[in-house]
Design a protein around this ligand. Structure first.
Ligand code: MLT
Length: 334
């Protein structure tokens, strides 16, 4: 009998068990103990190109959130398919709080637009952290586009239909949703030119490569003010302070072209509640940061109140919006 043999085997199993625990801890990023969260950088996935409105809002809140959490928030642009590629990537990540998604109203339109092709369920596959902001949209065109007013624009587009090109950030993007509302209201079919985000789309609009776009004030205010694009209307019920001369779509005779783009933060489903709570608390601090309030005001928006920046309120909004836009898109025939 060799007592060493069996003991060796036991010792090896214990070592392997220990090693697999260490490997599991390593594979889920840094410390996965919710009590010590966060103790490493947090990746924030923006599902559109850099330089666009989602990226802009994310970078505004990333700094004060990082300060509050005591780690870096590293913004990653994972663009494609109207925001669904980046969202799908986050849904598949470890639920440890080290990968966060910033997404907008497209989170609620994707189920109706993509159906079974959508790789994730916006409600089941995520935990909500909270709502961030709601951004008005503007109907804008290249600076040398013929029509000068929204009324002229309507007539021009109805007369030229598919000769007119409309930039969007892909099916599922906010620009796509606003474009659908607009073209449906006007009863026209224009030629859609999809981009990975309205950051690059804006470059082409300023460069006069496309005719028009419906995009958020966080991306359009600077260009409108500088006159590098032509602005026709804002999509909110009231005029906005940052662009007071711009008529509303309702004033210009198109009340159905009404949409504001809400943005929210998410983590993969199964993320511990303590981790979500810490992210929500940091988000609420960022939304009260004076520099965030000022930057947003310049771009025509405001951070939401703390009671809307909670998982409960945001889940309620998301669920309601999935139903609302599902109906609208369904009526339009998908
Ligand atoms: C959109 O149209 O959904 C946005 O403008 C996307 C972006 O941030 O580029």
């Amino acid at each position: 009998m060799n007592p060493v043999g069996p003991r060796k085997v036991v010792a090896t199993s214990a070592a392997l068990a220990g090693l697999s625990l260490v490997l599991a801890a390593c594979s889920s990023g840094a410390g996965n103990d919710p009590a010590s969260y966060p103790d490493d950088d947090i990746e924030v996935v923006v599902p559109f190109a850099a330089g666009g409105p989602t990226d802009t809002v994310t970078r505004m809140i990333a700094e004060p959130m990082a300060e509050e959490l005591g780690v870096q928030l590293v913004v990653q642009n994972v663009e494609g398919a109207g925001g669904t590629v980046g969202a799908g990537q986050v849904a598949a990540e470890d639920p440890d709080g080290y990968t966060v998604l910033m997404h907008h109203i497209g989170m609620s339109t994707a189920p109706a637009l993509y159906g079974e092709q959508l790789a994730y369920d916006p409600v089941e596959d995520f935990e909500t952290v909270g709502l961030v902001t709601e951004v008005p949209m503007t109907v804008i065109a290249r600076s040398d586009f013929e029509p000068d007013t929204f009324e002229d624009f309507v007539t021009y587009v109805q007369e030229h239909e598919s000769e007119v090109t409309m930039a969007t950030a892909g099916e599922g993007a906010a620009s796509d949703l606003c474009g659908r509302l607009l073209t449906t209201a006007l009863g026209v079919e224009v030629t859609v030119v999809p981009y990975d985000g309205t950051g690059p789309a804006m470059e082409d609009l300023v460069g006069r490569q496309v005719d028009f776009m419906c995009d958020q004030t966080t991306n359009t205010t600077g260009q409108i003010t500088e006159g590098t694009v032509k602005a026709y209307a804002v999509t909110t019920p009231e005029r906005i302070e940052s662009l007071p001369d711009l008529p509303t779509t309702a004033e210009a005779g198109q009340p159905d072209v009404a949409v504001s783009v809400w943005h929210g933060l998410y983590v993969p489903a199964g993320t511990p509640p303590e981790v979500v709570e810490k992210l929500t608390a940091a988000l609420q601090v960022a939304l009260e940061d004076q520099s965030v309030i000022d930057q947003m005001a310049e771009l025509g928006t405001t951070p939401v109140d703390a009671e809307r920046a909670t998982p409960e309120a945001h889940t309620e909004l998301l669920t309601e919006q999935i139903a609302t836009w599902g109906d609208v898109i369904g009526t339009q025939g998908g």
